[in-house]
Design a binder for this molecule. Structure first.
Ligand SMILES: Cc1cc2nc3c(=O)[nH]c(=O)nc-3n(C[C@H](O)[C@H](O)[C@H](O)COP(=O)(O)OP(=O)(O)OC[C@H]3O[C@@H](n4cnc5c(N)ncnc54)[C@H](O)[C@@H]3O)c2cc1C
Length: 484
């Protein structure tokens, strides 16, 4: 199975090196699950019912002690340099028990991914060095959140075709030495305990698709405050809340990308489309991995029940109709897993990870000592000209067919994973009857968590439309999109 996983994830050129990484990451995931996730997930969930503003500080410290917030940071920025693809396998494992805990870790890396997709290696280094330093000191970790959703614009900010129709309020106005940021972001995971927030604002609210401004806002910046924490049904250990910006001055060093200020052959909207596609192709695969993990977790609950309980004189697992339900649940898990693996393979082969699969680049970044990378490579990578070149190369090389293909598969993995996670939770509860409704049976929590998966990274309805539109574009067929 491991051979197969590394082959699928990476393609054959670096499969053997990746196999060792996969083994290590899975071992770590199992250890973390045994020592931190399983002993605590249920009590944390119940705790939030009682104390709505509770933050998972103990969990964050334990995760940091396991090195989880630097494991997937490149060595050149002080991290441990594990391949990002292996994170999906880790996510699957942790989500099989607690999606909220898995999401805390994944959101942190989504923030890092967004900065790296913009090729702003200087800012990326600033943020990563703080994450690494905090981990070395022990105690409370330095984390990153991603703030795109606004009070009246959720789906719209995830889809370029809808963004100009959305009711957006977050504005970034260029001033001497920085940007003045105003507006509110809502439903932001990790927002209430992160040090850095990757915030999307717009230079012109009438043309948001062409004028996005990505800013890294640091905790404590004047004009930035935290609002309410949402009382949501699931993933309770991972709080989502409001970030409020009131004439918050963000200095130029913390600008990630201002698209309207970029000079490129392709227009700002086209560049935005490519970058958004890269980010969503990666993040939606992560949600697909969550879904596969949850589908597996629900199957495991049902299997444990069927092994232990009797229907009349027979063990439930020996009864044919129970076996049929278990078979369907296992198929659901395998379907979700295959979908996210295929999406991940495409990201590595023709999508945003393709350049990292070059065996020379892979080995250089993997085996060259961190100190050497930081002393020799980092100063070169952080110059304005190299960063601008890296971004323009990515834009130039983005093949529309492959962009649509990675987008299609990412949406497929996301929707299928989320739907099959919910489906398996429902099947498990039906099978288990009243036992399944009890909190200690674990499945009611899984169901509450899984439902949220259908909503974030673009609701499933929008992802299904994106999947269809992408397939039409790949076939060269023009269709009207989103009732435009
Ligand atoms: C647990 C959780 C964590 C989150 N974390 C973050 C985070 O860290 N950062 C962040 O920025 N955001 C985050 N979000 C927000 C999330 O991205 C949004 O909830 C999501 O994009 C949907 O937006 P909405 O809730 O405003 O739904 P709406 O946009 O109001 O949509 C409601 C419904 O209408 C449907 N719909 C909307 N428009 C269309 C259309 N044009 N055609 C067809 N159907 C349509 C949708 O499919 C959906 O079912 C999180 C959300 C949740 C639930």
């Amino acid at each position: 199975m491991l051979d197969e996983q590394s082959d699928i994830v990476a393609g054959s050129k670096i499969a053997s090196s990746l196999q060792k990484e996969i083994e290590e990451v899975l071992q770590l995931a199992h250890r973390f699950k045994e020592e931190v996730v399983l002993p605590n997930f249920s009590q944390y969930d119940l705790h939030v019912f009682k104390d709505l503003d509770w933050l998972p500080e103990e969990f964050l410290k334990r995760a940091a002690a396991f090195g989880l917030f630097t494991l997937w940071l490149p060595k050149i920025f002080g991290g441990k340099g594990y391949s990002p693809q292996t994170m999906a396998l880790f996510n699957e494992e942790i989500a099989s028990v607690c999606l909220g805990m898995a999401n805390i870790i994944a959101v942190h890396y989504l923030g890092i991914t967004i900065v790296s997709v913009t090729s702003n290696f200087k800012l990326l280094n600033t943020i990563c060095q703080e994450v690494v330093r905090a981990e070395k000191l022990g105690g409370f970790p330095c984390l990153v959140s991603v703030a795109a959703t606004e009070p009246d614009a959720g789906t719209d900010v995830e889809e370029l075709e809808l963004i100009d129709r959305g009711t957006l309020i977050c504005k970034a106005i260029k001033k001497e030495g920085g940007y003045l940021l105003s507006g509110t972001k809502s439903f932001i995971s990790n927002g209430h305990f992160s040090t850095w927030h990757i915030v999307t604002a717009y230079a012109d609210l009438k043309r948001p698709s062409q004028t996005p401004v990505l800013l890294a806002v640091k905790k404590g910046t004047m004009g930035f405050s935290l609002g309410k924490i949402e009382r949501k049904m699931g993933q309770k250990v991972c709080p989502t809340g409001e970030l409020i910006f009131d004439n918050c001055f963000v200095k130029d060093e913390h600008l990630c990308l201002d698209l309207s200020a970029l000079k490129m052959a392709k227009g700002a909207r086209e560049v935005n489309a490519i970058l958004l596609n890269d980010i969503l192709s990666l993040s939606r695969v992560g949600v697909g991995a969550f879904g596969a993990g949850m589908a597996r977790g629900a199957y495991q609950c049902a299997l444990d029940y069927a092994k232990k309980e009797y229907l009349g004189k027979e063990r439930a697992i020996d009864v044919e109709w129970v076996q049929s339900i278990l078979a369907s649940m296992l198929q659901n898990f395998l379907g979700a897993k295959s979908a996210y693996f295929q999406a991940m393979r495409l990201n590595a082969k023709v999508g945003p990870f393709a350049s990292m699969q070059n065996p020379i680049v892979y080995r250089l970044l993997k085996w060259l000592p961190s100190s050497l990378q930081q002393r020799v490579l980092l100063p070169i990578l952080s110059t304005s000209s190299v960063m601008a070149r890296a971004l323009s190369d990515r834009i130039k090389k983005a093949d529309p067919f492959y962009c649509h293909q990675t987008s299609l598969w990412a949406s497929h993995a996301k929707t299928l994973g989320a739907d099959l996670a919910v489906k398996n939770c429902q099947l498990a509860i039906e099978l288990m009857g009243k036992i399944g409704l009890r909190h200690d049976a674990k499945i009611e929590k899984l169901l509450r968590d899984a439902k949220l998966l259908q909503i974030y990274e673009g609701p499933n309805q929008i992802n299904r439309l994106n999947l269809f539109y992408s397939s039409m574009k790949m076939a060269g067929e023009k269709v009207k999109e989103y009732d435009s």
